[in-house]
Design a protein around this ligand. Sequence first.
Ligand code: NAP
Length: 262
Amino acid sequence: MDLGIAGRWAIVCAASKGLGLGCARALALEGVNLVINARGDEALQAAAAQLRQRAPGIEVRTVAGDISDPAVRQQVLAACPQVDILVNNAGGPPPGDFRDWEREDWIRALDANMLTPIELIKACVDGMAERGFGRVINITSAAVKAPIDTLGLSNGARSGLTGFIAGLARQPRLAGNNVTINNLLPGPFDTERLQKNLSAAADAKGASLEDIRTQRRKGVPAQRFGEPDEFGAYCAFLCSAQAGFVTGQNLLLDGGAYSGTF
Ligand code: NAP
């Protein structure tokens, strides 16, 4: 299926590894030109080289820096000739107990996982509406649907973004001009972040990493973790010309782990 987006431009934030890179790869294979971002320049350049090799016909630009820094966001926006597609992503906040968190911890989480996507959306959506095409994807978390006790900062900040998007996506000025905004909610995907979380759990329980991996995997009805390329393919479809009637949705990719009828 031709997704009808070859030649368009996308910004993919936090895209040197994991789910962000999975999204960038899927868009690249559809012929979408990219501006990709991450803090570490070395991994970012390696990701760009990989994308150029996989999709020689596209242009890939890089901007290294923390996407929650307004100056970095300006550089990312300036590097993109026209934002047709925006994939919002950033690292997740650390786990912990809310009794230990100060105001600054909350501000950091809100900045990275709620206010940064909102600022980027603000910079892009009216231009998208004028041009009659726009796709915004926010990578959030399955924790928005089924909160994880130790990830209170993530539960809170991402739920704030989710509530805001629910209203924004339904503005006729956007939805009526072929601008869609959707949230993708990953369950367990086999990325560096998951690996770190499992290692921390293994240390805390005094168990082996392999035992913890197996235990966690068996808790997923699909009996496995997701692959970043599966996540990317779903993202690319939502960015397609054909997906113009899907907006304001929270789409769970979790191998059936969320146990609910709706
Ligand atoms: P990952 O494998 O650790 O990759 C994170 C990517 O984001 C890296 O490229 C990292 O590069 C970049 N990054 C992190 N913080 C950044 C920032 N402030 N500014 C710019 N780039 C930044 O993580 P992932 O598993 O793909 O997770 C992506 C998002 O999905 C996270 O918010 C995570 O919490 C959420 N999520 C993941 C899972 C899962 O199972 N994987 C499940 C639920 C939710 P640098 O470190 O060099 O910046």
